[in-house]
Design a protein around this ligand. Structure first.
Ligand code: AMP
Ligand code: MG
Length: 356
């Protein structure tokens, strides 16, 4: 298949942007697939109400078909058609955080095909805030099923060139716009129960959600890799975001962490293996490896969120065999955005953590 790559830049005239998105929307209406930018990561879109489109999405990504897709909408009035009911708390959360990086799980209406929901009676819905995503969804008919636009198992794409790397020749069109803003996937909250449950942490934190609707639970499997239950978001059970090299997270006193990481990289480098490090700005000057990545200041999880997946892909391009990451200390225990960053890092590392 020939993949058309359409470039849209910030200063393009609105009529030209609108024409390009109309064309992209038409591809979706005809049952085709288009990758598009959102504020979280690039999405791989198809018509959510067309079972054949969902089947194509799974095939293009190589994604297991029990891992359901998120349906993207651009208008609150469109929600009624795809869900059985809108619980009061869901309405409040939508008022507070839509459009934005929040996905909610509802009981699905009959019109949503099981191919889109991975066989579940529930449907995940999000209203993105990215203006291009918004207009594209409207032009596509209002309901765009879209997982992240990467091959299954690879880091989600935060830049169009990574979408091209993974999807060229597999889908009809890629919209190449500027880089995304947040860099991590949306927060997923199940609103089908009395107390809403976070199934995947993200930019919208537990505290932000609680401030609107009170008590919020957290799926126990998010941080407990040995938990006996499967996660409630089927996709969370798969290894994700994995770089080709072996990634290890190193925890401990900052100076000890630096000492341990440098010792390990020296060992591997002397054996002819290329090594990489993800560290905080404060420690940068002290590290030695083939590739050292600056994740920004320790206190600012937003910077690391924005660059984490890019770093993982760069390590692949640089042929790095062993990667060491600081643990972004303690931010895992706070209830904030750092928790979401740490969740992704742990998954990328296959939960390999070393305490020094
Ligand atoms: P991605 O599209 O790559 O961001 O992944 C979507 C995530 O949403 C996966 O972890 C899915 O398992 C999860 N998800 C989608 N629909 C549902 C649903 N109905 N119930 C629970 N989790 C869902
Ligand atoms: Mg994904």
């Amino acid at each position: 298949m020939k993949t058309e790559i359409v470039t849209i830049r910030k200063l393009d005239p609105p009529e030209s942007v609108s024409d390009k998105l109309s064309y992209a929307g038409e591809i979706i209406r005809q049952g085709g697939l288009v990758a598009f930018p959102t504020e979280t990561v690039y999405g791989l879109g198809g018509d959510a109400l067309n079972p054949e489109s969902s089947r194509k999405i799974y095939a293009a990504k190589g994604r297991p078909s029990d891992n359901p897709l998120i349906v993207h909408i651009a208008d609150m009035a469109h929600l009624d058609r795809i869900v059985c009911e809108i619980p009061e708390k869901a309405q409040k959360l939508a008022d507070a955080f839509w459009p934005g990086p929040l996905t909610m799980i509802f009981r699905k209406a009959a019109g949503v095909p099981y191919q889109t929901t991975g066989g579940l009676d529930t449907v995940a819905v999000r209203m993105p805030s990215h203006p291009l995503a918004n207009l594209f969804i409207q032009k596509a008919g209002g309901y765009v099923a879209a997982p992240s636009a990467n091959l299954s198992g690879k880091p989600s794409p935060t830049l169009a060139r990574y979408v091209v790397q993974d999807m060229d020749g597999r889908i009809d069109m890629i919209i190449d716009a500027d880089g995304v803003e947040i860099g991590l996937e949306s927060t997923i909250v199940d609103v089908t129960c009395d107390v809403p449950v976070i199934l995947r942490p993200g930019y919208i934190t537990q505290q932000m959600l609680s401030s609107v609707v009170g008590e919020i639970d957290m799926d126990v499997t998010i941080y407990d890799s040995d938990c006996a239950h499967p996660p409630k978001a089927p996709g969370m059970k798969y290894r994700h975001y994995a770089p080709k090299g072996e990634l290890v997270i190193v925890e401990g006193e900052p100076q000890e962490v630096v000492r341990y990481i440098n010792e390990q990289t020296a060992l591997h480098e002397s054996a002819g293996k290329r090594t990489g490090i993800i560290g905080t700005q404060e420690m940068m000057a002290q590290y030695h490896a083939s590739s050292v990545k600056d994740a920004g200041s320790r206190g600012d999880p937003k910077t690391i969120a924005r660059c984490l997946y890019t770093f993982l892909r760069e390590f692949d391009d640089e042929d790095i065999a062993y990667i060491y990451a600081e643990s972004f200390g303690g931010i895992c225990e706070d209830q904030g955005f750092g928790q979401a960053v740490m969740n992704r890092l742990l998954k990328a590392a296959g939960h390999r953590v070393i305490h020094v």
